[in-house]
Design a protein. Structure first.
Length: 275
């Protein structure tokens, strides 16, 4: 047995016996998992603030706030540059475009025109039941991802053609994948914390003397990187770095700046959205 095969067997054993399936498999997760990104964002953020973590507390906070302000500004601009005709965030819009092509080859049988239930013949030879009223499909993807699977796209296309209407897949997506929500999430400005001399601190707070908890100074150099989990590779490979996996990729090169979501960022607009 090769070393790689051995590692895979060990990791599989840990995942199935030690870590419960609901902890790592999205289809077994008991609630609604947000986002289409399944990577551990905390680890990514730790990588971003790797150098700043060596600072003292206030400079480290300044760095974190500055980084978040930079990201908010970037995503605010991206959302504003979306053409008004596009209702879905880029990563889902791209997926829907691909699925529309694949769905064109699938046969759809109407089961119940009142309950909007359809039977779709999948490319794998199986038949899937799609409920367009409940936004579910027996393949499970529609239910979990909260945007249409290829079977649901086929059913939605069938419905639109039958009704003689234009296809709007955004109607079957979670509102969190709408550009409107994306824009609202970033419409507020992140401001840096003012200088300490400008802080307004109530007298009773100023009078309190806060000391750090007692702690034991450990010998040696303090650890600056986390300890790998059981079964996790110890190497420091660069695989995937910069590949943009799981990100809302910026495919908006050359997009004309339309009015679209820009309205949310104009002075006073959207401030009463309750976000
Ligand atoms: Zn499906």
């Amino acid at each position: 047995m090769t070393l790689l095969a051995g590692n895979i067997l060990v990791q599989r054993s840990i995942l199935t016996k030690v870590v419960k399936k609901k902890k790592w498999a999205r289809c077994y997760f008991e609630r609604v998992r947000y986002n289409v990104d399944t990577t551990n964002s905390a680890e990514s953020f730790n990588g971003v603030i790797k150098d700043a973590r060596k600072f003292t507390l206030l400079p480290m906070f300044d760095f974190i706030i500055g980084k978040i302000a930079e990201w908010f500004n970037k995503h605010r601009k991206e959302a504003a540059e979306m053409p008004p005709a596009l209702k879905l965030v880029p990563i889902v819009e791209e997926e829907m475009t691909k699925r529309c092509v694949d769905a064109g080859f699938l046969r759809v049988d109407e089961l119940n025109s009142f309950h909007l239930e359809y039977s779709v013949h999948g490319s794998d030879g199986k038949r899937y039941t799609v409920d367009m009223a409940m936004n579910t499909c027996t393949c499970g993807q529609f239910d979990k991802n909260k945007y249409p699977c290829v079977h649901a796209v086929a059913a939605a296309t069938f419905m639109a053609e039958k009704a003689g209407k234009e296809l709007h897949l955004s109607e079957y997506c979670s509102k969190y994948y709408l550009v409107e929500q994306w824009a609202l999430a970033h419409h507020r400005t992140m401001y840096p914390v003012p200088h300490m001399s400008d802080w307004v601190i109530p007298e009773e707070i100023r009078a309190k003397k806060v000391l750090p908890p007692e702690f034991e100074v450990k010998k040696g150099k303090p650890q600056q990187t986390r300890k790998p989990s059981a079964g996790e590779a110890r190497g420091r490979g660069k695989r995937g770095r910069g590949s943009g996996r799981g990100r809302a990729t910026s495919t908006d090169t050359g997009r004309a700046r339309g009015r679209g979501m820009a309205a949310y960022f104009e002075c006073g607009s959207g401030s009463g959205s309750g976000v």
